[in-house]
Ligand binder design. Sequence first.
Ligand SMILES: NC(=O)c1ccc[n+]([C@@H]2O[C@H](COP(=O)([O-])OP(=O)(O)OC[C@H]3O[C@@H](n4cnc5c(N)ncnc54)[C@H](OP(=O)(O)O)[C@@H]3O)[C@@H](O)[C@H]2O)c1
Length: 245
Amino acid sequence: MISFTADQRFLVTGASSGIGEGVALLLNELGAAVIGIGRNEERLLAMKEKARFPENVFLEQKDLAEDIASLPAYVKQLREKYGKFQGLAYCAGMGGIHPLRAVDLPTLHDIFNINYFAPVFMAKGFADRRSNNGKGSAVVCIASAGGVRCDPGMTAYAGSKGALIATMQSIARELAPAGLRVNCISPTLIETGMAGDIERAYAEGKYPFGLGQVSDVANMVIFLLSEQARWITAQNYILDCGGVI
Ligand SMILES: NC(=O)c1ccc[n+]([C@@H]2O[C@H](COP(=O)([O-])OP(=O)(O)OC[C@H]3O[C@@H](n4cnc5c(N)ncnc54)[C@H](OP(=O)(O)O)[C@@H]3O)[C@@H](O)[C@H]2O)c1
């Protein structure tokens, strides 16, 4: 059974919704302290209200795409406020269908900012030895199965997630000598606000076990952040219910 202590602090981005909210709540339930980051204050507060141990949930309202180069300094500020971190779960992200004919540079920038550049700079801040607990500290990023094997119309999204997976593998190998672990999880369709009607209709009946739930992803994030995964790094785990899509 995985458990954490309240002096094990985890940064969770995207904590106001969907997968990030699920990860924040499960970490909290298992005893960890969570610094939940998101833009929407109302939804962040709603997440905290659902927490089993709300006294161990700390909220930070932040647009991670606003000043990406300053994110390492932002992580430092958070460390000065809360103490060193045991892990970073990067769950913020943006979807969208953008066929090639509709893609323009601003769209690519918007998607890459939150799906690629921001996690790289958050990982950079976390990797500073003054900001993490050293050996056993871990990063998990939510990428996407679309970053490996994508459908048409995913020019921007697939590119951002493919780049994230490749970069996190390189970062994992760079940080391994310091005892830090870095992994990605790449789901197909999970029932969150991001799964729109078009995606749901497309996926209808294609998953033998039904649509993926937030808990299916959150449980794996928790495992990869925990000591149970001490020998696992530089991996990308595809959660696709058997590769049916
Ligand atoms: N759901 C799926 O089917 C699926 C499948 C594969 C991969 N994923 C990936 O899983 C991750 C989580 O997605 P989800 O399904 O949980 O979506 P979601 O419910 O829409 O949540 C997205 C989260 O990202 C945060 N976010 C977006 N832009 C941000 C910004 N500029 N600054 C700070 N936070 C920002 C949102 O915060 P606010 O709401 O506070 O703005 C929200 O908490 C994403 O990376 C997504 O690509 C999802």
